[in-house]
Design a protein around this ligand. Structure first.
Ligand code: CO
Length: 134
């Protein structure tokens, strides 16, 4: 059911320093910072040949990654995103198998303008999973 790895999202405290690390130390191609107030983050996209890494810095008081950074002072992997061909069929299949879909269970428009859902980390090896419509 799941397809390509769309991205790995890493929560960071200092987006400029983290961007410099990926650009200068690791030699990766990085985007300009992109504020996404509707998602409570500022994002830098790290473009790799086969996938993306997204560096996420909290934006605003309601940022969904603020609590994560309270627990993980150095930052860390926040979620991984897999592509699915049919997000509603994927959701229904997962729910039928007992997996918990976060929020209302209805897909929201994610950071790439496509419908996304998040799955409870306790159901997936301790990892928050994002599904994105391919
Ligand atoms: Co994501």
């Amino acid at each position: 059911m799941i397809g390509r790895l769309n991205h790995v999202a890493i929560a960071v405290r200092d987006l400029a320093a983290s961007t410099a690390l990926y650009r200068d130390t690791l030699g990766a191609r990085v985007s300009q910072p992109l504020p996404q107030p509707e998602h409570g983050v500022t994002v830098v996209f790290v473009e790799l040949p086969n996938t993306k890494v997204e560096l996420l810095e909290p934006l605003g008081a309601e940022s969904p990654i603020a609590k994560f950074l309270e627990r993980n002072a150095d930052g860390g992997i926040h979620h991984i995103c897999y592509e699915v061909d049919d997000i509603l069929a994927a959701r229904d299949r997962l729910k039928a198998q007992g997996a918990r879909v976060l929020g209302s269970g209805e897909p929201r428009i994610g950071a790439h303008g496509k419908p996304v859902l998040f799955l409870h980390p306790k159901d997936f090896c301790g990892t928050l999973v994002e599904l994105e419509q391919a």
